[in-house]
Design a protein around this ligand. Structure first.
Ligand code: PMP
Length: 427
């Protein structure tokens, strides 16, 4: 028995499902989750000492690779000065100013401790600012686990939302409208019927939680136009895409300016950090200047700020993003070529340093419906074959992959060799 198997058995006694976040339990791929002990650069090492090339990067934060020396040094130095003060600190100003420089649509920003907190507060702020209750989101987009956002579409395109989980009152879920990603007509229809009651649209500007699905041309532009027409707040949830699909996130990559932006993952350099920010006029609606309440004991924590700031500073290294994109191209093109050669139906998506692959006969995947129709058996078999070869991919067909600046050409080559073997086994 491997040590991971041992640990998983033990974990299940005291921790629900043995994990502190559901997707870690490998329910999407079957088998035993791997327990990890350490990580360095592009690699993670499991409890049995096996090395993996890591394309999960802690679900996005580790864009510089694990244990980047500058991030580590800044974190340790801050820890020595004190773990938490619960008071204003200078580094929070530096963090806010740095964010404003990289993401110019953000005129004011508030730090929180997770992506969930960021999106939960952004929609509260949008509701408070507009005085409206309804929000509009997209099926297959994930924005964390706040009640209003864990809501799926009802049976018809224009029915009101139904809770995705017990524990969420229907009375609340009914205020969440869910329409189709990359389908601007479904958005316009919803606004025709409910527009004057809709506080905001919240969207993953590149979807990363139904695998990786970039926006089709005109989609984000359409959302901007609809929000302008109806006086609704446009929220880009850039928890995943921020500092990843371009230095300034998807809004920079696609040239669309949202009213509010939520951030997480990369912004903490691996520490628990989130943020929401945007137009001054909207942000000044938040307490203590405005009436919308939000707070946090550990928000703006000095150790977390130091880690995140060091990461953001490293990301300004010239050429870093170009290298990330080239590595993604090499990996994704290489995967496609090998799948074709092996006769395995597969297609890929990419956006900056995010990528995804889909086992499907379709030439392109642009919608949630298409993503859900992919061949799960192929995905599971491929997943375990890659794991066996020392390549760690997200243990779910509905997560994108992440490249880091620490991945070398040699890592990509080794990954492609592993994939070649894995594709052959699928046949
Ligand atoms: N928004 C998006 C787009 C995300 O991908 C995630 C997490 N994967 C969240 C929000 C929630 O962030 P957290 O897990 O830090 O609460």
């Amino acid at each position: 028995m491997s040590r991971s198997e041992d640990l998983f058995k033990q974990a299940q006694i005291s921790i629900p499902g043995g994990v502190n976040s559901p997707v870690r339990a490998f329910s999407g791929v079957g088998g035993t989750p791997i327990f990890f002990e350490s990580a360095e650069g592009a690699y993670m090492f499991d409890a049995d000492g096996k090395r993996y090339i890591d394309y999960v990067g802690s679900w996005g934060p580790m864009i510089l690779g694990h244990n980047h020396p500058a991030v580590l040094e800044a974190t340790l130095a801050a820890a020595k000065r004190g773990l938490s003060f619960g008071t204003p600190t200078e580094i929070e100003i530096t963090m806010a100013e740095t964010i404003r420089k990289i993401v110019p649509s953000i005129e004011k920003v508030r730090m929180v401790n997770s992506g969930t907190e960021a999106t939960m507060t952004a929609i509260r702020l949008a509701r408070g600012y507009t005085g409206r209750d309804k929000i509009l989101k997209f099926e297959g987009n994930y924005h964390g686990h706040a009640d209003s956002l864990l809501v799926k579409a009802g049976s018809g395109a224009l029915t009101l939302g139904v809770p995705n989980s017990p524990g969420i009152p229907e009375d609340l879920a009914k205020h969440t409208l869910t329409v189709n990603y990359n389908d601007i007509d479904s958005v316009k229809e919803a606004f025709k019927e409910f527009g004057d009651d809709i506080a905001c649209i919240i969207v993953e500007p590149v979807a990363g939680n139904m695998n990786c699905i970039p926006p089709v041309p005109g989609f984000l532009e359409g959302l901007r136009d609809v929000c302008d027409e109806y006086g609704s707040v446009l929220i880009f949830d850039e928890v995943m895409t921020g500092f990843r699909v371009a230095p300034g996130g998807a809004q920079e990559r696609y040239g669309i300016t949202p009213d509010l932006t939520t951030l997480g993952k990369v912004i903490g350099g691996g520490m628990p950090v989130g943020a929401f920010g945007g137009k001054k006029e909207v942000m000044d609606y938040i307490a203590p200047v405005g009436p919308v309440y939000q707070a946090g004991t550990l928000s703006g924590n000095p150790v977390a700020m130091s880690a995140g700031l060091a990461a953001l500073q490293q990301l300004s290294t010239p050429g870093l993003y170009d290298q990330l994109y080239q590595r993604v191209d090499a990996l994704v093109d290489g995967l496609q070529e090998r799948a074709n050669r092996a006769g395995v139906p597969m297609t890929t998506n990419r956006a900056g340093s995010m990528f995804g692959f889909f086992f499907t006969e379709e030439p392109e995947v642009k919608s949630y419906a298409q993503a859900t129709q992919c061949n799960m058996e192929h995905f599971k078999a491929f997943y375990h074959a890659m794991l066996n070869e020392g390549v760690y991919l997200a243990p779910s067909a509905f997560e994108g992959g992440f490249m880091s600046a620490a991945h070398t050409e040699d890592d990509i080559e080794k990954t492609l060799q592993a994939a070649e073997k894995a594709f052959t086994q699928l046949k």
